[in-house]
Design a protein around this ligand. Structure first.
Ligand code: NAP
Length: 289
């Protein structure tokens, strides 16, 4: 049986470190979370962030804007938090309604408060392998999970499945910065199975439940499953159906082949939240130094 890379355990250690660090601050790091519309999953993610903030002694202000809000109104909100010296990080909860351009909103966030690391200044700093920017939370979480379990990255063959702006690309770049030899696979990749089997470390961010099965992996591989898909199962009663969170990897199919694997839930998900707050605490420190 593979070693299970327990993201909850690592998250709890990060939580403790952050709580202790914040305890020594004269103020409290504060994150402003801007949510637009009523996406149910976003609401759950916002709740998670608020709970995490509370557990480490940080503040999280949730700004809920209606789905038909005008861009100017959103930009005014961003500007208010840019100017507010008591707010150290600003996050746009994605996705937002298609009528609005998330790029314009993210670009309006001051780079020093862009703790999600999605603005062009922070993206460039990541590309340049400079440590002065903020790395997107999921990418940072994946690297921290590997680091915690003492899994070396330098010189290893890493395959990232997925090339999104949010996960696949920054993860590939961060691993390249860490001296891995990186291949990025996507929906047009021919013989994807052959590519995934070639990896020492396989990172899947495709958003396809159980996409990776036993024939896609090989013995001893490290598998990081980023995928999170809510799958509706049997009806529990007339109105409610069972919903389970499923990863991109068929855990049971591969667990006796690979060397280590991050579970879903309980792997990269908890690491993402913890990493976001590591970025917030860094932002606080920089703004108060
Ligand atoms: P996304 O924007 O939909 O990107 C999915 C990527 O997977 C695309 O690059 C796509 O290729 C590729 N892909 C799709 N089908 C494929 C196939 N059959 N073979 C190879 N590649 C394929 O999704 P995302 O935002 O990156 O998120 C990916 C997953 O991670 C989702 O399940 C999301 O919920 C999850 N996620 C988890 C966390 C966390 O904290 N654990 C954070 C963020 C996201 P093309 O570019 O060719 O279309």
């Amino acid at each position: 049986m593979a070693i299970v890379l327990d993201g909850k355990k690592v998250r709890d250690e990060i939580k403790k470190e952050l709580r202790e660090k914040i305890g020594g601050f004269s103020g409290k790091p504060k994150l402003a979370i801007i949510q637009i519309g009523n996406n149910k999953e976003s609401a759950a993610y916002v709740r998670q962030k608020k709970l995490f903030a509370e557990s480490i002694g940080a503040l999280a202000e949730h700004i809920q804007l209606s789905a038909d809000v005008q861009l100017a109104e959103v930009l005014k909100t961003v500007e208010r938090f840019n100017k507010d010296t008591d707010t150290h990080g600003i996050l746009l909860q994605l996705p937002i309604p298609e009528t609005l351009d998330s790029d314009v909103i993210i670009e309006a966030i001051l780079p020093g408060k862009d703790v999600d690391g999605l603005g062009s200044v922070n993206v460039k700093l990541l590309w340049e392998n400079k440590t002065t920017g903020f790395t997107p939370a999921t990418t940072k979480g994946i690297l921290s999970l590997l680091h915690y379990y003492k899994i070396p990255v330098a010189g290893k063959r890493v395959v990232v499945v997925g090339r999104s702006f949010l996960v696949g690309k920054p993860t590939a770049i961060a691993l390249l910065n860490a001296d891995a030899t990186v291949t990025v696979a996507h929906s047009k990749t021919v013989n994807c199975s052959e590519v995934t089997r070639s990896a020492d470390i396989l990172i899947i961010a495709a958003g396809k439940p159980h996409f990776i099965q036993k024939d896609d992996v090989r013995e001893g591989q490290i598998v990081i499953d980023v995928g999170i898909t809510a799958v509706t199962g049997e009806k529990l009663n007339d109105e409610v159906a069972e919903v389970t969170i499923t990863g991109d990897v068929h855990f049971d199919d591969v667990k006796d082949i690979v060397g280590a694997i991050s579970p879903v839930p309980g792997g990269v998900g908890p690491m993402t939240v913890a990493s976001l707050f590591q970025n917030l605490v860094s932002a606080y420190e920089r703004q108060n130094s």
